[in-house]
Design a protein around this ligand. Structure first.
Ligand SMILES: Cc1cc2nc3c(=O)[nH]c(=O)nc-3n(C[C@H](O)[C@H](O)[C@H](O)COP(=O)(O)O)c2cc1C
Length: 158
């Protein structure tokens, strides 16, 4: 079972969140963390993971544009190869209050649900609020993230 976590981080908060998520998987599971700015969709599509966790950040009132573009690209490549990713979920880091980012989360999740080469997308997206633009992520948000990923791991039956 291979899990690929993607981030699009500027100040490292997305990376820290990804590491916290990684820690919740059993040691036997191969969990990799990469950034959409560094790793091409092609290289991930060659060695298709079973699970994708696509992270991004809300910046300038846009939710993870680079991550969404990356998803569009990997989906195209996978369509050609006919290989599918079994499970998907994602996260968004943000500075706005949580209740103000639900619309962004819904749209981002919708984009994942529409990706034809992800067989099943989890019904909920993780959001994690930072204290200031540079971080850190609020401690209670990190706690929420750990609970979220435990539920996700249960859902995929791992
Ligand atoms: C240029 C810029 C614009 C931002 N705009 C928003 C915004 O519109 N809404 C929001 O909630 N957070 C906004 N933020 C805060 C980012 O969400 C935050 O910096 C990011 O989640 C931190 O994660 P990172 O360290 O992984 O990049 C903005 C940050 C930057 C740098």
């Amino acid at each position: 079972m291979k899990v690929q976590i993607m981030t699009d981080t500027k100040f490292g908060n997305g990376k820290l969140l990804a590491e916290a998520l990684k820690n919740e998987f059993s040691n036997e599971i191969d969990v990799k963390i990469d950034d959409v700015k560094d790793v091409s969709p092609k290289s991930i599509a060659e060695d298709v993971p079973n699970v994708i966790i696509l992270g991004g950040a809300i910046r300038m009132f846009r939710a993870g544009p680079k991550s969404k573009k990356w998803l569009t690209e990997i989906n195209k490549i996978l369509e050609k190869s006919g290989k599918k990713i079994q499970y998907g979920t994602g996260f968004l880091t943000h500075a706005l209050p949580t209740d103000r980012v639900q619309g962004y989360a819904k749209k981002y999740l919708n984009k994942m649900e529409k990706a034809s080469m992800i067989e099943k997308t989890y019904s909920e997206l993780l959001t994690a609020r930072v204290k200031t633009q540079e971080g850190p992520i609020f401690p209670e948000e990190m706690e929420k993230a750990r609970g979220y990923i435990k539920d996700f791991i249960n859902w995929i039956g791992m």
